[in-house]
Design a protein around this ligand. Structure first.
Ligand SMILES: Nc1nc2c(ncn2[C@@H]2O[C@H](COP(=O)(O)OP(=O)(O)OP(=O)(O)O)[C@@H](O)[C@H]2O)c(=O)[nH]1
Ligand SMILES: [Mg+2]
Length: 359
């Protein structure tokens, strides 16, 4: 999963990036982009490793990309900039919103107002898509003038789709929530619109909180619908991320923080995006793969290797809990807990899967 960190300038993006990646990126106004890859903690892998003794344990991964302030949507101009492709390639956005009070850290605004800043950022995303749709409609209309009669119907319906998306955006509905048919979605896919991505908000609080929740912000209309969020202190978490795990754990306990920012952001991302992990086991590796919940088994096979989609025969599936109870695949088979599933089986979290492939 690729997550691009966005937010207003000086909201604490790089600090949060450091907290999430145990990084040490410069927060004194550096202008380069930072990239960090983090393993998704999954204790089930270690339990499975005790059974299968694999050579490797491979976690699912999240890639975080931290964009320099002015480029990361500070204003709509920034979007056409050189980082647009990074935003387009991301699976989700982590939107950092400043709620910490620190007179030493300058801010474009005089007051701290999470609702205002969050709305402004969401508007930026919508605005960027609106610009793209406007340009698309213009281009298509030009094309229509020159088009052969036989192409006109097609182009006209494409213009209608773009106008429909534009209307939705103007009403403040992000693309992912718009009611569109499969062919409309397929056409719009070409434009790599940003509001197709799900947004997880990270409220960057002071060390002593208070925690911020989306509900308390009372955002206008439905604009907060479908957002995930976490409340964390970026600065504190960035410090903790550089300590040993034991030390950090001790500090967290004394501060009453249950989970690390890393775990909480990953959990919120999985929840918001509706992701689950299926697991594969063997002598070579025990591994977690993240996919959309309910993804058909044939498509899930394709995440391991693209050839697996074509060669899919069936999937042998056992739930993680059942496998642990049985102690081995063979015992699971004996007890009838190892199921044989077809192409359309919807993958669930914790499914231990062996794909049977015919290549
Ligand atoms: N007090 C306090 N300061 C913070 C917190 N998070 C970030 N800062 C400070 O705010 C300043 C900006 O933080 P950055 O993480 O660089 O913010 P940014 O959004 O990456 O900034 P740009 O990339 O320049 O837009 C730094 O001096 C940080 O130390 C926080 O939770 N509390
Ligand atoms: Mg930064």
């Amino acid at each position: 999963m690729d997550v691009a960190i966005i937010g207003l300038p000086m909201s604490g993006k790089t600090t949060v990036f450091n907290a999430l990646t145990r990084g040490n990126a410069d927060t004194t106004g550096a202008s380069e982009m930072h990239v960090g890859v983090v393993k998704v903690a999954d204790p089930r892998l270690y339990v499975l490793a005790d059974i299968f003794h694999p050579r490797k344990i491979i976690h699912a991964e999240v890639k975080y990309q931290d964009l320099p302030g002015p480029e990361s949507l500070a204003n709509s101009q920034g979007l056409s900039g050189k980082y647009l492709n990074v935003l387009q390639a991301a699976d989700a956005f982590l939107l950092v919103v400043r709620t910490f009070n620190d007179p030493a850290v300058p801010s474009a605004q005089e007051t701290i107002d999470a609702g205002r800043d969050l709305s402004a950022m969401l508007d930026e995303l919508t605005l960027a898509d609106l610009l793209v749709m406007d340009r698309a409609i213009e281009k298509l209309q030009e094309g229509l003038k020159k088009a052969k009669t036989s192409d006109r119907t097609g182009i006209t319906s494409q213009i209608d789709i773009a106008k429909k998306a534009k209307q939705g955006l103007e009403a403040g509905v992000p693309m992912w929530r718009q009611q569109l048919t499969g062919s409309e979605t397929a056409f719009l896919h070409n434009y790599q619109l940003l509001t197709y991505k799900r947004v997880i908000v990270a409220f960057n609080t002071d060390e002593d909180g208070p925690e911020v929740s989306l509900e308390q912000l009372e955002l206008a209309g439905e604009s907060s619908s479908g957002l995930g969020y976490v409340s964390l202190c970026g600065k504190l978490e960035a410090d903790l991320a550089l300590m040993s795990e034991e030390e950090a754990e001790e500090f967290r306990t004394s501060l009453g923080i249950e989970d690390s920012a890393m775990d909480r952001v990953v959990n919120a991302s999985y929840d918001t995006l509706g992701l689950v992990s299926f697991l594969t086991v063997g002598e070579d590796e025990v591994r977690a793969w993240s996919v959309d919940a309910g993804m058909p088994a044939q498509e899930a096979a394709g995440t391991i290797h693209t050839d697996f989609t074509r060669g899919f025969v069936r999937a042998e599936v056992i739930a993680y809990g059942d496998l642990i109870r049985c102690g081995s695949i063979a015992q699971g088979r004996k007890e009838g807990l190892l199921r044989s599933e077809g192409k359309t089986y919807g993958v669930k979290d914790g499914d231990v899967i062996n794909f049977l492939i015919n290549v």
